[in-house]
Design a protein around this ligand. Structure first.
Ligand code: GDP
Length: 420
């Protein structure tokens, strides 16, 4: 096991091979749980397939899928020489966008899977857009299903060109992006360089994963702990629970909850049913604050230090990307914003600028409307108090999803907060 941890998103168009790739990575790194391997080995032998093979596991997964059992590739873990990876929610998962934005599964880096026989497809575009807006640092591009195109270099090159164009369009820094011809199914260039692609001498996938930059743990930032739930536990009292996004919480610290605007001293912190003196980013904690009752605070509050409290927005300016909206978005529109654990109706008070995604320059000042595919800078007024932070200061609390009619229609990050 390695020390450093990475949250990795696997993105790409449906059927391009994301689940297969996750299965392959788990298999190659010895991370498929022993009992699962054992179960498949037994079944394989019973059915006379003999021996255990990756393909057999994947066949079974495919069968499970046909039976309607969801294969949860999210939250799977595997380790390479450099990092312990957690696969965070993957697109396609219903709440991916929401989860990704609300920080429940903030990815550091991503693998973009593009099938060689299909190239850039609608969701490839959508996910790359999102990854860029949400601040994914680096992309590894797996050009998958190379076996289907007879490992042809020319096909690989065509896909690389196509993806490069897309990345430039959304201004992804392409200097560090690595493109790898792979077959998730056959295992080419995943853990070992493949003889089938002797024209390729770049990194294989596990090497590229090892070479990802180290995510910087947000321990230096101020404490920010979005509250998920508030319990009353006999013998202790009121216990808010949540995941620390940034900073450190120590017993004895003076904290406040915003926007509820109450505070006190941290008496106890509990993690995995044990009392601890301090907790760090990524820790899921329950804690108890002197003088705070169950009705004083609620889900959506953010806990932070009394001397550097979470911001409460009267209005805020944000950059948004509209992903899917049946018509047009004009000022006055009031959908529900999901930011960390908060869900608050917010009005788009003004559409200040429409951006040209290919150049990043202002395409139009004060446009009358924006629609699917547009990027824009907007001013937003929450209809109830909302704690949110500028993405440049605390990225973990600086992004949000906009939902309406049961769909995520846009995603964005906060540029500036105008406090009450
Ligand atoms: P997802 O929707 O992106 O998760 O795609 P899946 O992993 O479910 O793969 C979709 C289909 O493509 C399945 O039938 C896989 O067996 C197949 N597939 C995935 N990767 C490869 C590959 O490298 N080569 C071939 N020939 N088929 C693949």
């Amino acid at each position: 096991m390695s020390e450093q941890h990475q949250n990795l998103a696997i993105i790409g168009h449906v059927d391009h091979g994301k689940s297969t790739l996750v299965g392959r990575l788990l298999y190659e790194t010895g991370s498929v749980p022993e009992h699962v391997i054992e179960q498949h080995r037994e079944e394989a032998e019973e059915k006379g397939k003999g021996g255990f093979e990756f393909a057999y596991v994947m066949d079974n997964l495919a069968e499970e899928r046909e039976r309607g059992v969801t294969i949860d590739i999210a939250h799977q873990e595997f380790s390479t020489d450099e990092y312990d990876f957690t696969i965070v929610d993957c697109p396609g998962h219903r709440d991916f966008v929401k989860n990704m934005i609300t920080g429940a599964s903030q990815a550091d880096n991503a693998v973009l899977v593009v099938a060689a026989d299909d190239g850039v497809a609608p969701q490839t575009q959508e996910h790359v857009f999102l990854a860029r807006t949400l601040g994914i640092d680096e992309l590894i591009i797996g050009v998958n299903k190379m076996d289907v195109v007879d490992y042809k270099e020319s096909t690989f090159d065509e896909v690389v060109d196509e993806v490069n164009q897309l990345l430039q369009q959304v201004q992804f820094n392409t200097d560090d992006a690595s493109f790898i011809p792979i077959s998730a199914f056959e295992g080419d260039n995943i853990a070992e360089a493949s003889d089938n692609t002797d024209w390729y001498d770049g990194e294989i996938l596990l090497e590229a994963l090892n070479a990802l930059p180290e995510p910087e743990p947000p321990t230096d930032a101020s404490l920010r702990l979005p509250i998920q739930d508030v319990y009353t536990i006999s013998g202790i009292g009121t216990v808010p629970v949540g995941r620390i996004e940034t900073g450190i919480m120590n017993t004895g610290d003076d904290v406040v909850f915003q926007p509820s605007d109450v505070g006190g001293e941290v008496k106890t912190i509990e993690m995995h049913h044990e009392e601890v003196p301090k907790a760090e980013p990524g820790d899921n904690v329950g804690f108890n604050v002197r003088g705070i009752g169950k009705d004083d605070i609620r889900r959506g509050d953010v806990c932070g230090p009394a001397d550097d409290p979470p911001k409460v927005a009267e209005t805020f300016q944000a950059q948004i990307v509209v992903m899917q909206h049946p018509s047009v978005i004009t000022s006055g529109y009031t959908p529900v914003f999901h930011a960390h654990t908060a869900q608050v109706a917010c009005t788009i008070e003004s559409i200040d600028k429409k951006m040209d995604p290919s150049s990043g320059e202002v395409a139009e000042e004060n446009p009358d409307f924006i629609q699917s595919g547009d990027a824009a800078v907007v001013t937003i007024r929450p209809q109830k108090p909302l704690s949110i932070e500028p993405s440049s200061e605390i990225p973990e609390l600086g992004s949000f999803a906009i939902r309406d009619m049961g769909q995520t229609i846009a995603a964005g990050k906060v540029l500036e907060v105008n406090e009450k």
